[in-house]
Design a protein around this ligand. Structure first.
Ligand code: PGA
Length: 262
């Protein structure tokens, strides 16, 4: 039995059509309706949130609804942005913040990510904070330093009583969408170090229950070996979350890892 209930999220990124998104979420929720021992969410593109949320509610909310991004200001002249309240209005329960594509393609800074994390947690929604080093940083031996800096910066001024709504996703940039997965041992090492940073910031009572999930080329074939590690509490799945059978199998691996030995 693992110490924490695992969480598996499907990050659809800028993929799917309205029709294919609906088909995907129906397939996933029907296949997983009886899989307990794991929390599940999908993160569809913004325009499909309401429709996908409706399908999930019709299926008793076994799979939760997440958003891929948010803007931290409550309202106003921020063309193209989406507020926390708008997401909540659409039935969103959790938000991804600091995904490497937001950091490296869209240029989001540690400061902006911190503003978003604070605002998401203050709104009462859950926040999945993504951190991870680039290949260059890993090869220079700086992976743990980079992760620590990103975690500390993102959580600056986040009060301890908001931490129960936080999940951290360790996603090494070189592993995302590349087919190169971190070895279970390297990922475990990074997760344990990140948990150490949380312990340093908030103490063991906050650090022990915190879920730290792994992302970066997770597939049905490698999921179980990752989820068997003591500090890997599930996964954030990109490409493989667009295929019903792959995603379902990954969620089942998390459930199996969580209940092993029972
Ligand atoms: P991937 O993406 O599974 O396609 O590597 C993971 C992510 O970016 O969250």
């Amino acid at each position: 039995m693992k110490a924490r209930k695992p969480f598996v999220g499907g990050n659809w990124k800028m993929n799917t059509t309205l029709a294919s998104a609906a088909e995907l979420v129906r397939g996933i929720s029907d296949a997983l309706s009886r899989v307990g021992a794991v929390d599940i969410a999908v993160f569809p593109p913004f325009p499909y949130l309401v429709a996908i949320g409706g399908i999930l509610r019709d299926r008793h909310g076994r799979v939760r609804l997440g958003a891929q991004n948010v803007y931290h200001e409550p309202e106003g002249a921020f063309t193209g942005e989406v507020s926390m309240h708008m997401l909540q209005d659409c039935g969103v329960q959790m938000v991804l913040v600091g995904h490497s594509e937001r950091r490296h393609v869209m240029g989001e800074t540690d400061k902006l990510i911190n503003q978003k994390v604070k605002a998401v947690l203050a709104s009462g929604m859950e926040c999945v904070l993504c951190v991870g080093e680039t290949l260059e940083q890993r090869e220079a031996g700086h992976a743990n330093q980079v992760n620590e800096r990103q975690v500390r910066a993102a959580l600056s001024q986040v009060p301890e009583d908001h931490v129960p709504r936080l999940t951290i996703a360790y996603e090494p940039v070189w592993a995302i969408g590349t087919g190169h997965t971190a070895t279970p041992e390297d990922a475990q090492d990074a997760h344990a170090k990140i948990r150490g940073v949380i312990e340093d910031l908030y103490g063991p009572r906050s650090a022990q229950p915190l879920r730290i999930i792994y992302g970066g080329s997770v597939k049905a074939a490698n999921a179980r070996s990752l989820f068997d590690q003591p500090d890997i509490d599930g996964g954030l799945i990109g490409g493989a979350s667009l295929k019903i059978a792959e995603f379902v199998s990954i969620v089942r691996s998390a459930a199996d890892a969580a209940t092993q030995g029972e």
